[in-house]
Design a protein around this ligand. Structure first.
Ligand code: PLP
Length: 402
């Protein structure tokens, strides 16, 4: 429909027609293949952001494209008033490969977290009484844009203007064992943690902190919820990031990478916890539809193939070493944080300028918290592409940092 519009025309018409909720880069993408995307002018970019950890198999992965084509020709939507074969298949795949016994599918990460919080409250009230509804989450976290999930998000900038916020939320600093200990009590329904904070700047929770959260939840009959919307589904080089630790949650939320680019969200839970939901307690009209479920199955099929994660981890180590070398060479104090293909590097005030220069040179990354690069390349990125990305970074580190 808009094939012949220039970038400038799209931007000026977009500013007229769309609500002003994003500071967008001045570009529009129209094509993608593997680790590469093209803008309307035909300029090619290496995509080390993958639509914020969504296109984890790269763009137009043949298995994903095939699943979409096949399902589109058969049946797109029925509603959850009927059984959906693909939904059962995806649930079984996720259950077979995680701690969970039950799945609920929805449309986004925020919706999955909203549902997880509802499940935790339902479970707590049913089993322990009406006083038990509080949620402890972390400062600097990100859990979504609905009223409950933005309240769980421990960053005041996301709360501003939306008050009054739902009650019962409190926050502790990531990896602060004592603060966590004093925050969790008999009124706590759930502790909500991203095993690696994404939006907050790629900050991993320590094994000790996750262990402590597990102990405190067990002691106070609270549920441990891991928000794996960004760090889950292969991103860290295991299918779920909690699998790096010895700590298992009661509830886990998924979205981004599971979608392959088609909206999806999932709440995974143990049977005991999931039993708190009865017919009518929670729902969605389009969530869990045959199309999204077919794509989710295709994504997992690719990731669960023999040797997939070994390759991811090898190439992630290669990227990490390259970035660390670059940081050291240009006097950047920090070192790379994160795991697998979810890496962050704090470089300071000039980070946004470097992001912009990299974009002009054909590399897409972004900046979180104004000072930290976030790298979310496709899990399938090739070593030669990592070399290309490092070369573009090197050039702009030199130009901007000297
Ligand atoms: C992106 C994200 C969300 C929100 O997901 P949406 O699909 O944008 O609603 C929630 N939690 C984490 C950790 C995220 O990274």
């Amino acid at each position: 429909m808009f094939e012949n519009l220039s970038t400038d025309e799209i931007i000026s018409r977009g500013k007229e027609a769309l609500m002003n909720t994003y500071n967008r880069f001045p570009m529009a993408l129209t094509k993608g293949e593997g680790s590469w995307v093209w803008d309307v002018d035909g300029k090619r970019y290496l995509d080390f952001l993958t639509g914020i950890a969504v296109n984890s198999l790269g763009h137009s992965h043949p298995k994903v494209v095939e699943a979409i084509r096949r399902q589109a020709g058969e049946l797109l939507h029925t509603s959850n008033l009927y059984w959906i074969p693909n939904q059962v298949a995806l649930a079984e795949l996720l259950i077979a490969n995680s701690f969970a016994d039950k799945a609920f599918f929805c449309n986004s990460g925020g919706e999955a977290n909203e549902g997880a919080l509802k499940l935790a409250r339902k479970y707590a009230k049913k089993n322990y009484g009406t006083h038990k509804y509080e949620v402890v989450s972390l400062t600097n976290s990100f859990h979504g844009r609905t009223l409950a999930t933005l309240t769980a998000t421990g960053q005041p900038k996301y709360h501003k203007g939306y008050e009054p916020l739902p009650v019962g939320f409190s926050y502790v600093a990531l990896n602060d064992l004592e603060a966590l200990q004093s925050a969790v009590n008999q009124n706590t329904a759930a502790v909500l943690i991203e095993p690696i904070q994404g939006e907050g700047g790629i900050h991993p929770a320590t094994e000790e902190f996750l262990q402590k959260a597990r102990e405190l939840c067990d002691r106070h009959n609270a549920l441990l919820i891991f928000d794996e919307v960004q760090c889950g589904v292969g991103r860290t080089g295991k299918l779920f990031s909690y699998q790096w630790s010895g700590v298992t949650p009661d509830i886990m939320t998924l979205a981004k990478a599971l979608s392959g680019g088609v909206s999806i969200g999932a709440i995974m839970a143990t049977a005991k916890v999931a039993a708190a939901f009865e017919p009518g307690d929670h729902g969605t009209t389009i969530g869990g539809n045959p199309l999204a479920m077919a794509v989710g199955c295709a994504v997992l099929d690719v990731m669960l193939a023999d040797g997939f994660f070994e390759g991811v981890l090898e190439r992630s180590e290669y990227l990490r070493q390259g970035l660390d070398k670059l940081a050291a060479k240009h006097g950047v104090e920090g070192r790379v944080r994160g795991q697998g293909m979810m890496l962050g590097l704090t470089v300071g005030e000039k980070a946004p300028q470097i992001v912009d220069e990299c974009r002009k040179n054909g590399l897409l990354i972004n900046c979180v918290g104004g000072k930290t690069f976030r790298f979310l390349p496709p899990l399938t990125v090739e070593q030669g592409e990592i070399d290309e990305a490092l070369a573009i970074m090197e050039e702009n580190f030199s130009k901007v940092l000297g």
